[in-house]
Design a binder for this molecule. Structure first.
Ligand code: RBF
Length: 351
């Protein structure tokens, strides 16, 4: 081969090798280049503080990453708070994926799969792990959701029993409430109907007053709604409104009504006023699945629903504040209800 031709070919080959990783990066979103470190990102669609689901999510992932680091693995964790402007989430997620840095992006809420799906098609090598969500048909998106029919049924059941009890703040009306930040399919077709279903199983003519804040942060609006509900005869409210929950708590303290807390243990939020905590084990699930990913054992692709019998939905009955606040007869009724779900006598599947 002529010397100049050989030089040009060598140069071309060199350029090809240089370009290759960059091309893969933009096409696939994840670099093929093996680095010694695994990077995980948590994309929080909202604000962590004040939202039990996101507090548990970040705590669980952090626990798994810290544990891996302590046993000598090189793992890096980046937490991105995408904020409350939902219209920005798609762009924020796309730029996170396009960095090509993260071998796994973890997020949580039922709206995320739909937002991620087109991005996942654009960057087919990016892996996503989404909690509190359900999606099938894209092996790059692995989802886990909780049986929120069970979770909300338990809340409605105890709220109705408290509302019709002789407890200090219970009035004569058989009326309980739910303050939601916004309407979304899991709220409208699972949580609210199951809250009502549970309430009516306990007290057949119990009414549910449902009101919507309009965002996940406005505590003033949360308090206003809660006061209006109280004035309309509601004596137990379940808040599912992120930062706006704080407003419902403030109103409960001022006016004197009860709270049925959702997602994590809320008894300390307003001792004597919180009558229940219906849990999703998001911290543990986030920990377990992040650890499985780091160990290369995460089963991906198929959506999974986890409930009481799996141990990922539960009802706090061992908190001293529960025993102090809620009369024995109601606690006994809740115990029987839990047993009937655990032993399969009462089946509350989500569809
Ligand atoms: N829950 C929160 O606690 N904080 C939030 O900021 C929050 N944002 C959400 C945004 C969307 C679009 C959707 C669909 C749900 C959101 N949730 C949020 C609700 C959460 O996923 C879950 O349904 C509730 O916490 C009840 O378990």
């Amino acid at each position: 081969m002529e010397e100049p031709v050989r030089k040009v070919l060598t140069l071309l080959a060199f350029c090809f090798v240089c370009i290759l990783p960059t091309t893969q990066l933009s096409a696939g979103g994840v670099s093929d280049q093996k680095s010694d470190s695994t990077h995980i990102a948590v994309f929080v669609p909202g604000i962590v503080s004040g939202s039990p689901v996101y507090e548990m999510l970040t705590d669980g992932v952090r626990r798994a990453v810290d544990e891996a680091k302590n046993s000598g693995s090189s793992v890096e964790l980046t937490i991105v708070e995408a904020g409350t402007r939902q219209a920005d989430w798609g762009t924020r997620m796309t730029s996170l994926v396009a960095q090509g840095t993260y071998s796994l992006i973890i997020t949580s809420n039922p709206a995320m799969p739909e937002l991620i799906d087109p991005i996942a098609h654009q960057f087919p090598r990016q892996k996503f792990l989404v909690f509190d969500a359900w999606h099938s048909g894209n092996p790059a998106i692995t989802t886990f959701r909780y049986n929120q029919r069970e979770q909300a049924y338990l809340s409605g059941y105890i709220a109705a029993l408290v509302s019709t009890s002789d407890m200090k703040h219970a009035n004569v009306q058989k009326k309980i409430g739910l303050v939601a930040a916004q309407e979304y399919p899991a709220m409208n077709s699972i949580i609210l109907p199951a809250y009502r279903e549970g309430a009516r199983a306990a007290v057949p003519d119990c009414e549910v007053d449902f009101r919507v804040v309009g965002n996940w942060y406005d505590a003033t609006k949360g308090a206003e709604l809660a006061r209006a509900m109280y004035n309309a005869g509601v004596d137990v409210i379940m808040p599912i409104a992120g930062g706006a929950n704080q407003g419902v708590i403030t109103a409960a303290r001022d006016a004197g009504f009860y709270i049925a807390w959702f997602d994590d243990n809320g008894f300390q939020k307003a001792p004597g006023l919180v009558v229940s905590s219906s849990l999703m084990a998001q911290e543990r699930l986030a920990y377990e699945k992040t650890r499985a990913f780091l160990q290369g054992t995460l089963k991906t692709g198929e959506p999974v629903t986890l409930g009481i019998r799996d141990g990922y939905v539960s009802f706090v009955d061992d908190d001293p504040l529960y025993r102090e606040t809620v009369p024995e007869a109601i606690r006994a009724a809740m115990k029987s209800l839990l047993i009937s779900i655990e032993d399969g006598t009462l089946s509350l599947p989500v569809r």
